[in-house]
Ligand binder design. Structure first.
Ligand SMILES: *Cc1c(COP(=O)(O)O)cnc(C)c1O
Length: 419
């Protein structure tokens, strides 16, 4: 092996320390795997569903059943699962544009949403084409102390025209806890008591299968997520899903294609089988990634770094945040993760101005699916307080290899001199 004995010893100790947490993840994998298989069985998924369609894609039974399977897995009335969603941002944008009308207000109650959504909402960039450009008002309630919802702030901000309440389940690029399904349920009950006709929307990116239930099972009306992340299972070539109340899913489908057509067209272009198989694999792979995050957290805590979540904390997304002392450490860590990849290990990532982001971002993504972040990947906006966000890993062994490689890289670059 290429790692120092000290690093290998730490690996052994860390794994011993986290043993019970890893076992709990195995239980979670069982629950979600069984749930997914039962949804496949209920809809009698067969080989012929994997056939693809061309042109309009009328009567594509594989596509229709995939929607039904997703709806069941998410405990929702309906779902729209398509390779035509170009990214998570596109999927979330489609859901929001689907249900919001000029004069309506969107209120995010979990603080600033994920970076790429600012231009969708119209709070960043020149606003062209954004929700704001269409006359949709926007408000946001920052999180209170300790990353908790600011209940009084929420109450004060729900106006008569507040149509959609936005919740982001995952921490995204923020040093705050992610929201558990239980907490999301509490938020739903709170806002519906204040205004019973609000549509509660959850950005579910990175959250799928990290707990035994999904937001739509605790009263959330509409969710969206990316198949380049968790539910794509590492093999869906692209796409996103929207799930929730039939009425809202229909409106989102009208946005994706056209009013009156909705989800009834859309050739699947050969993606169908990977989308089914990805969903089948997703609970297991999410479990591998969660185990990897627990390990990474334990290792970096051992080295004296601050991590979020801590290894023993409950988890409701894939993301592991690690705080470094400066940009050099941050960049070296991300480069170390890249060095451990099976794909593109020979390229050295550098910070760049990515479309949709407001700061230079460095990303390690040696992945089979471009940018696939259920695969081991790491991102860091180059800004204080120098936090790297790592996520994913199709196998637990790969995450361990990545963490050890990154630590060894920091040592080799003389950025870590405790060895
Ligand atoms: C990744 C992510 C998005 C955006 O998805 P992209 O595929 O990067 O466009 C939105 N919200 C959250 C919480 C995410 O993690």
């Amino acid at each position: 092996m290429t790692f120092s004995k000290q690093i290998m010893d730490w690996m052994e100790q860390s794994e011993e320390r986290i043993e019970d947490r890893l076992k709990a993840v195995d239980k979670l994998i069982d629950a979600n795997q069984w749930k997914v298989i039962q949804a496949f069985q209920k809809h009698k998924v067969s080989d012929y569903h994997f056939a693809s369609s061309t042109g309009y894609g009328y009567n594509d039974r594989g596509r229709e059943v995939l929607d039904l399977v997703y709806a069941d897995v998410f405990g929702a009335e309906a779902a729209l699962v398509r390779p035509h969603f170009a990214s998570g941002t596109h999927t979330i944008g489609t859901a929001l544009f689907g249900v919001l009308r000029p004069g309506d207000r969107l209120l995010y109650i979990t603080g600033k949403p994920y970076d790429t959504l600012h231009k969708v909402i119209g709070t960043a960039g020149d606003g062209r084409g954004s929700l704001g450009d269409w006359g949709v008002e926007y408000g946001e309630v920052p999180l209170a102390e300790g990353g908790r919802p600011d209940w009084a702030g929420i109450e004060a901000n729900i106006t008569a025209n507040t149509k959609v309440i936005g919740i982001q389940r995952s921490r995204g690029y923020d040093w705050r806890p992610s929201f558990s399904i239980e907490q999301i349920g509490e938020m739903v009950r709170f806002v519906k008591k204040l205004k019973s006709d609000v549509i509660v929307f959850v950005d579910n990116c990175y959250g799928e299968f990290t707990e035994a239930a999904e937001p739509t099972e605790v009263g959330v009306d509409l969710i969206a997520g990316s198949l380049i992340k968790n539910p794509g299972g590492g093999i869906a070539p692209s796409g996103g899903y929207i799930a929730g109340k039939q009425e809202y899913v229909d409106l989102a489908a009208y946005r994706l294609t056209a009013p009156g057509i909705g989800g009834e067209v859309g050739a699947m272009l050969g993606a169908t089988r990977s989308m089914y198989q990805g969903l089948f694999l997703a609970p297991h792979l999410v479990g591998q990634a969660v185990k990897g995050s627990i390990f990474a957290s334990a290792m970096f805590e051992e080295l004296g770094f601050e991590t979020h979540p801590r290894w023993q904390d409950p988890r409701t997304d894939l993301i592991q945040a690690i705080r470094f002392t400066g940009p050099e450490h941050l960049i070296a860590f991300v480069q170390g993760i890249q060095k451990a990849a099976a794909v593109d290990s020979h390229v050295v990532p550098e910070p760049w101005d990515m479309p949709g982001y407001e700061h230079p971002v460095i990303m390690a993504a040696g992945t089979f699916i471009q940018g696939g972040s259920l695969e081991l990947s790491a991102d860091a906006p180059i800004r204080e307080p120098y936090i790297a966000y790592m996520q994913g890993g199709l196998t637990y062994a790969h995450v361990k290899f990545g963490v050890l490689t990154a630590i060894q890289h920091l040592v080799d670059r003389k950025l870590l001199n405790i060895l």
